[in-house]
Ligand binder design. Structure first.
Ligand code: NAD
Length: 264
């Protein structure tokens, strides 16, 4: 894609201090979009990344620490983005957490947290920006769902419910905006080797008395026919494509990028 298409647009990427969100933020900066970073982490490291984005890609990047479980903080992040850049053109609802336990052992507080961060936050951010997008007749809503938005695994009741939910939210968003130049799509990645997945690998190694390297290969081979992790760069490239003009007729879809996981 030529740099021109998204140059000067403004994108909020939630949970962009790590993993997939960070990769997506870099991909948008590379094509000239201004970036709103969000997420938790070490303040000095986040500032280093923000400055690197500005220097490496020649765009403006700001950081907002909104806790995505707090609607009023989400509204304040949108207000800061609008006062800095004029408008929010693209949102990538990416912030997410995982908790693995069978249903009978699943702590209620963990259920509430997973639903709040992985599903409700996407509603609150979409709610805050959609009016402006419709008014300006251009906007892109990109929801990072998961293969678990399409199929289930044991032990992931809250995550699978949230991800199936965000696929539904994507469809409603698409229908409500179809005549306003706005699209909404869900990206459904398979395994990506990020801190969220590394924790699951380490937990499994502890449980099974194996090495993390062994569990890493087992984990990816169980689900993904390619036996290879998806990369954050691949997801970034897909998000940028969905935001571009060539994708203006793609809306309401769930796009798998999962090494064949959900083809089985
Ligand atoms: P990660 O742990 O590397 O990053 C998660 C990000 O979310 C971090 O920036 C973190 O600070 C942020 N975050 C967490 N809670 C937050 C909150 N309350 N408010 C604001 N930010 C918060 O994880 P990741 O693997 O990059 O996951 C990103 C998204 O991709 C998640 O929605 C996840 O479900 C999805 N996903 C991941 C995989 C995978 O294999 N890694 C596969 C499919 C989908």
């Amino acid at each position: 894609m030529s740099k021109g298409t998204l140059s000067g647009k403004t994108v909020i990427v939630t949970g962009s201090t790590s993993g997939i969100g960070q990769g997506v933020a870099h991909a948008f900066a590379r094509v000239g979009a201004n970036i709103v970073l969000n997420g938790f982490g070490d303040a000095a490291q986040i500032e280093k990344d923000r400055l690197a984005i500005e220097k490496d890609f020649g765009v403006k990047a700001i950081y907002n620490a909104a806790d995505m479980t707090k609607p009023e903080q989400i509204d304040a992040m949108v207000a800061e983005a609008e006062s800095t850049f004029g408008a929010v053109d693209i949102i990538v609802n990416n912030a997410g957490i995982q908790h693995v336990d069978n249903i009978e052992d699943f702590p209620s507080a963990k259920w509430d947290a997973v639903i709040a961060i992985n599903l409700s936050s996407a509603f609150h951010l979409t709610h805050a920006v959609l009016g402006g997008m419709k008014q300006r007749k251009w906007g892109r809503v990109i929801n990072i769902a998961s293969a678990h938005g399409l199929v289930a695994s044991k032990g992931k009741s809250a995550y699978v419910s949230a991800k199936h939910g965000i696929v539904g939210l994507t469809k409603v968003t698409a229908l409500e905006t179809a005549e306003f130049g706005v699209t909404a799509n869900a990206i459904c990645p398979g395994w990506v080797l990020t801190p969220l997945v590394q924790k699951q690998i380490d937990d499994r190694a502890k449980q099974n008395g194996t090495s993390p390297a062994e569990e890493k290969l087992k984990l990816v081979s169980e689900k993904q026919p390619t036996k290879e992790f998806v990369t954050v760069e691949e997801i970034g490239a897909l998000a940028v494509f969905l935001a571009g003009d060539d994708a203006r007729s793609i809306t309401g879809t769930s796009i798998s990028i999962d090494g064949g996981w959900t083809a089985q």
